[in-house]
Design a protein. Structure first.
Length: 150
């Protein structure tokens, strides 16, 4: 399955849009803060270690896996763009999440990392990464085994 992501290039408007929430608008303020903080933390595993990243959800697209949590609802969105404070693209990708009871974690199911507009790294395996697997409570792991990277 091809993952739908937005490819920044010279033929499209690379100006970030921090106000249009796209199809991610059902996320409440608290849920969005949690998701963005977890996705930022996950980006450290892919070489981006900055806390001042900004999210552009304007191209977000719903992909069918949904849940309600905190003050809203969300799906495993594709088309997420992440920018540095200077509005240069840092990453884009498709997020996934695991939500069971009070446990919730969001992570990148697919992600590309950029340096000066060029892709320098990407996660291509659409499974739960080991660093996320290690954070799952043992009672949840049997429900996720098929998605685990072996």
């Amino acid at each position: 399955m091809q993952k739908n992501t937005v490819v920044p290039n010279k033929n499209m408007n690379n100006k970030p849009n921090y106000t249009d929430l796209g199809l991610s608008s059902p996320m409440g303020v608290n849920l969005r803060k949690l998701v963005e903080s977890q996705l930022k933390l996950d980006l450290k595993k892919y070489g981006i270690d900055q806390s001042n990243l900004k999210f552009d959800w304007s191209h977000s697209c719903i992909e069918g896996h949904d849940t309600k949590f905190l003050d809203g609802s969300l799906e495993n969105y594709s088309g997420i763009l992440v920018y540095y404070n200077d509005d240069k693209i840092a990453a884009d990708g498709w997020m996934e999440f695991i939500h069971e009871g009070d446990f919730f974690i969001a992570y990148w199911d697919f992600v590309r990392i950029f340096d000066n507009g060029k892709i320098i790294a990407q996660k291509e395996i659409f499974r739960i990464p080991e660093h996320i697997w290690d954070e799952l409570p043992n009672n949840i792991k049997p429900n996720c085994f098929n998605g685990r990277i072996k």
